[in-house]
Design a protein around this ligand. Sequence first.
Ligand SMILES: Cc1cc2nc3c(=O)[nH]c(=O)nc-3n(C[C@H](O)[C@H](O)[C@H](O)COP(=O)(O)O)c2cc1C
Length: 382
Amino acid sequence: MDLMNKYPRLTDLEAPAARRIPKFVFAYLDSGTGQDHAKDNNRAYLDGIELTPQFMRGRVNPDLSTQIFGVGYNAPFGVAPVGLSSLIWPGAESILGAAAKAHGFPYILSTVAGESIEMVAQSAGKMAWFQLYAPKDRAIMKDLLRRAKEHGYQNLVVTADVPAPSRREHMRIAGAPLGSRGNSSFTPRVIWQSMLRPEWAVRTLLNGGARFRNMEPYAKQHGAGQITKFIGEQLNGSLDWDYLAEIRKSWDGNMFLKGILHGQDAARAVNLGIDGIVVSNHGGRQLDAAPAPLAKLAAIRAAVGPDVPLVVDSGIRSGLDVVRALSAGADFVLLGRGFMYAVAALGKKGGHHAATILLEEVRDVMAQLGLKTIDEVKRLNR
Ligand SMILES: Cc1cc2nc3c(=O)[nH]c(=O)nc-3n(C[C@H](O)[C@H](O)[C@H](O)COP(=O)(O)O)c2cc1C
C-alpha cells in the first residue's frame, strides 16, 4: 500500500515505531519528565490555537520558502537535535540529514548523536547545523567548533536547558540503561527487549551499538573508560553566562541559544551577541512545570525586539501545528520526536515520508486559510 495512504499523519507512525524498536528505546524517545504534564501541555496549548479562515481570495498556490539570516529554505521547519538518534534507529542522522538536504530545510546534529559532524556534512550538506552541549573542557569546545566550521556548518545552536540530567520515569520503568549518569550496563531485561526487535538489534550491532562519534576522540584523549561517564562529566551543567560569551567569541557564524523560556534570559543572550533564540522546553523532558514555549513567545519578543529570529519547538506534530506556531509569533519551527517516530517506524523511508507529510499539510492549511506566503502566515494574528 502507498505509504501516504497507510500513514497520512506523523502521529500514525508512533505505534509502528513502538513495535519496531525495543521498549527501553521507545521510552527514551517518547519520555517527558514527572507526570508528563509539560509534554501534554505542549500539545494542549497547540490544540487550543484556532485559525480563523477568510475566503474568496482567489486561487492560492502556497509558497513555503522562508529565510533565516539571508539563507533561503524551502520550508519553515527543520529537524531538532536528538541525542542518541542512531540508537533509536541506526543511521537516523544520515537518513534525516539526506531528507533535509533533498527538501531544503535544516537538520540540526546533536553533540551526543551517534554520527559525527563529518558524516552529517556528507548527508545534509549546507542544511547541516550543529547543536552544542558546552563541554567543561574549553579545548574540546573549540575543537568541536573547528570541526563544524571546517565542514561548512554555518549555524550553531547552543543548548541551555539541561543544567542537570532530568528524571525520566518512563525510562526507569522500562529498565533503560541510557542516560548521562554514567550507567550503561546491559541488564538481562534490556537484552530481552532487544531480542524481541531482531531487525533493530542486528542493525544496531552492525552499526557499533550506542556510539557518540562527536565525543569519542576526546574520551580517548582523556583516557576515559566509560564514554557515557565522560560525557556526563563534560556536558552536565557546564554552561553559564561567561562560558556562553566565550563560545560566542569562538564562533564567527550564526549562533542560537536553545531552551529559553524567560524574556530576561533572551534579552541577556542577545546583548551578549547571540543572533537567534530557540524558545523550547525540550519537548517537556526537563521540568514538568515548564510553560509551553508558545505561551512565552510574546514576552520574549517584547524583550528582544522585532528583528531577532525566534525558533520554536516542543509538541509540534503536524503541518497544522507548524502554521499554528508561526501564526502565534514563531519565525521558524523544529520537530524532534515527530521526525524520529517516522524514522523508527520506516527506517530509510522515514525522513522523506515525514518531510512529505509536513510539506503537504502546511500547504493544505495555508490554502484553507487563503495565505500565499510564510510572511502572510506570520501576519495572521499580528
Ligand atoms: C530523544 C530526544 C533526545 C534529545 N536530545 C537533544 C539533544 O541532544 N540536544 C538538544 O538540544 N535537544 C535535545 N532534545 C530536545 C529536542 O531538540 C527538541 O527540543 C524537542 O524534541 C522538541 O519537542 P518535540 O519532540 O515534541 O518536537 C531531545 C529530544 C528528544 C525527544
